[in-house]
Design a protein around this ligand. Structure first.
Ligand code: GLN
Length: 187
């Protein structure tokens, strides 16, 4: 099993560590030629969505990645990665890949509560630790998307077919079950 991790900015190294621990091979996507390799799934890490979106375009990786996702490549977007996937961003005029039918709000918890940790139920897994860092949340999902987790009535994870978007950072906690679930989707 080979998983590609977008590695232009942000918390990609933590995802790679986690995937390696679970026995998956990883490739880092840094330039368009990296997309020539075969891979079974893609992770879009946390970081800064505006920077990542700009770099995806500058590096000419935007459309090839968008096409692969539309064709069914399993993808996990965490935090900024969720923002890149979202079809709509309520407090930002930009849309990036726009493949996941959800509306997100960026930096949705305000400055005071910008970063926090909790434990909540995740569909199909049980209670998981959740670390939020200047996180978005999902304001709305379309009927085709399934809600996977909520924190105090706010949707923080959703799935639509081959795509999962998560507002928090599963790569930063000890718990491996979200990455395990994603690897099953890829296999
Ligand atoms: N605030 C960042 C953004 O808007 C996301 C933060 C993160 O990925 N930890 O892109």
């Amino acid at each position: 099993m080979k998983i590609a991790v977008l590695a232009v900015q942000g918390a990609f190294a933590e995802h790679i560590d986690k995937l390696k621990k679970l026995g998956a091979d990883c490739i880092e996507l840094r330039q368009i030629s990296d997309l020539e390799q075969d891979f079974d799934g893609l992770i879009l890490p946390g970081g800064e969505s505006t920077v990542q979106g700009k770099l995806l375009r500058e590096l000419h990786m935007f459309e090839p990645i968008q096409d692969r996702i539309r064709q069914g490549l399993p993808v996990l977007g965490t935090c900024a990665g969720l923002i890149l996937l979202a079809q709509e961003i309520s407090n930002d005029g930009n849309v990036y890949l726009g493949t996941l039918p959800v509306r997100v709000q960026r930096n949705a918890y305000g400055r005071q509560l910008g970063s926090f940790h909790c434990e909540q139920e995740f569909e199909g897994i049980g209670s998981v630790p959740m670390t939020f860092i200047r996180a978005p949340y999902i304001e709305a999902v379309t009927a085709s998307a399934e809600i996977l987790a909520r924190v105090e009535d706010r949707i923080v994870a959703a799935r639509c077919g081959n795509q999962i978007g998560i507002a928090f950072h599963p790569e930063l906690d000890e718990d491996d079950r979200i990455h395990e679930m994603f690897l099953k989707m890829c296999g």
